[in-house]
Design a protein around this ligand. Structure first.
Ligand code: CTP
Ligand code: MG
Length: 182
């Protein structure tokens, strides 16, 4: 397995995971800034909480699609090994891969929130290592029917996500971009 190519396959997922934070920080499309769970509860606890919004979902799908299309265009120009992959063999397939990646990333992140709320962990409070890996778990599971991830790739991407998210959060905290270190 090429670690480099594995990482490239996961870039749409990394970007999808970052998009909600960026659009929230920049206050883009405030109209979509409403909670997906609409305030509903399970066992008197919010299903997802206020921090899981429609804006996050829409921006993640758009971000992942843009990255996938750029990757497709890049591979078709350079005729690299990646252009042999089914998901990058046409622009429609690249958009398809980007769309499901955005939905899977947000669904995985939301599943993490469901677990946190039921465990009485408030929105925005940390739950390591679930926060760093929830989106990657569902992305890998949901794209397996087209990518056929190997065991090595799964372990590599989960460890990478854990380390990369931890490191970037600590850096953003140190630089004053984020208020918390998680
Ligand atoms: N976000 C969003 N919509 C989503 C996911 C995230 O608007 N579907 C935005 C919110 O502003 C959120 C931020 O991105 O505060 C960071 O996301 P994340 O760390 O995943 O959420 P938490 O604030 O930690 O909330 P939770 O405890 O539910 O994980
Ligand atoms: Mg989270």
């Amino acid at each position: 397995m090429e670690y480099y190519e594995t990482l490239i396959l996961a870039i749409p997922a990394f970007v999808a995971n970052m998009m909600p934070v960026i659009t929230a920080k920049m206050r883009i499309a405030e109209k979509l800034n409403s909670p997906i769970d609409g305030g509903r509860t399970i066992k008197n606890k919010r299903i997802l909480g206020d921090n899981k919004t429609w804006r996050g979902l829409v921006s993640a799908v758009m971000g992942a699609c843009v990255v996938s299309v750029i990757q497709y265009l890049w591979y078709s120009i350079t005729a690299s090994a990646q252009s042999d992959l089914w998901i990058y063999s046409s622009i429609a397939r690249a958009i398809f891969f980007g769309s499901i990646t955005g939905v899977l990333v947000i669904a995985g992140d939301a599943m993490g929130s469901v677990i946190k709320r039921q465990l009485n962990i408030q929105s925005g409070r940390p739950f390591i290592p679930l926060d760093q890996t929830d989106y990657m778990i569902l992305f890998l599971a949901g794209t397996n029917f087209i990518v056929s991830w190997s065991g090595n790739q799964v372990v590599f991407l989960l460890v990478f996500a854990l380390l990369a998210n931890t490191l970037s959060n600590i850096t953003a905290y140190a630089l004053g971009i984020k208020n918390t270190y998680w």
